[in-house]
Design a binder for this molecule. Structure first.
Ligand code: KIV
Length: 274
């Protein structure tokens, strides 16, 4: 059992706390939130990082990919999550095309997200080609989390959501990208859907924490989409999602029972009035 960082000594989780957790081998936890109450419950439960992911495009907006969500919408959701959170680090995902065009535009958009939402850091997908952007952002005080492996904003290039890095060349590319992002100044990197052996190799090579989603048990922390782990999305059943509730069927059952009660004239009961 690794020694643990006395997190109760820290009023707020910072990049420094996460770095210390990596040194002591204490696993780091991250889940997504897109609204006030989820942010509040996650913070109360003691999570270290809350990601306002661009997965809100799929989960909240019902889109097939993460591409359509706008920067304005990310700002709106990050703001309401941040309002609920006192201790956890809140990270906002940068949207497709808000940071890829050029360094100056990336700085402007990331700066806007930090300033208008009060979040603690931003996350962006991509490898070594982002090095200069990351370096400049970190220089001006914007902490950056990287994201490698399956990067959903590149779905049209990949053509599927299959595991990345299964062949030698792609695995080597992801490894080199991770080294480049650490060198550029990222404080942590999400590794999505890569073989566990590659997750292990990258996690061992880096001083900054890796946060895995479908990247095996050797990452320094784990992240899931909250709606997946609560069992709210019944059709989505990848092996790496552990379901802690079956909220979709519980909600549908509650809705049916309410409808029946009203139809049967059992709600409200006679003495339940304002
Ligand atoms: O947008 C998101 O929810 C993410 C996680 C899957 C890491 O990027």
């Amino acid at each position: 059992m690794p020694s643990t960082v006395r997190q109760d000594e820290f009023r707020h989780i910072t990049t420094k706390v996460l770095y210390m957790m990596k040194q002591t081998g204490e696993k780091i936890t991250m889940l997504t939130a897109y609204d006030f109450l989820t942010g509040k419950f996650l913070d109360a439960a003691g999570i270290e990082m809350i990601l306002v992911g661009d997965s809100l495009s799929n989960v909240i907006q019902g889109n097939e990919t993460t591409l359509p969500v706008t920067l304005e919408q990310m700002i709106y959701h990050t703001k309401i999550v941040k309002k609920a959170v006192e201790r956890a680090m809140v990270i906002a995902d940068m949207t497709f095309m808000s940071y890829q065009v050029g360094v100056n535009e990336a700085i402007q958009n990331c700066g806007r997200v930090m300033k208008e939402t009060g979040c603690d850091a931003i996350k962006m997908e991509g490898g070594a080609y982002l090095s200069e952007t990351v370096r400049r952002l970190v220089e001006i005080g914007i902490p950056v989390m990287g994201h490698l492996g399956l990067t959903p904003q590149s779905i049209n290039k990949f053509g599927s959501y299959k595991t990345r890095g299964t062949d030698k060349d792609e695995a080597q590319q992801i490894y080199e990208d991770a080294i480049a992002l650490e060198k550029a100044g990222c404080f942590s990197i999400v590794l999505e859907k890569i073989p566990s052996s590659l997750g292990k190799k990258i996690s061992k090579a880096l001083k900054i924490p890796t946060i895995g989603i479908g990247a095996g048990e050797f990452c320094d922390g784990q992240v899931l989409v909250t709606h997946d782990m609560l069992g709210m999305i019944e059709e989505f059943k990848p092996r790496f999602v552990r379901k802690y509730m079956n909220l979709a069927s519980d909600m549908k059952d509650a809705f049916r029972r309410y409808i029946k009660d009203v139809k049967d004239d059992k709600f409200p009961t006679k003495d339940e009035s304002y």
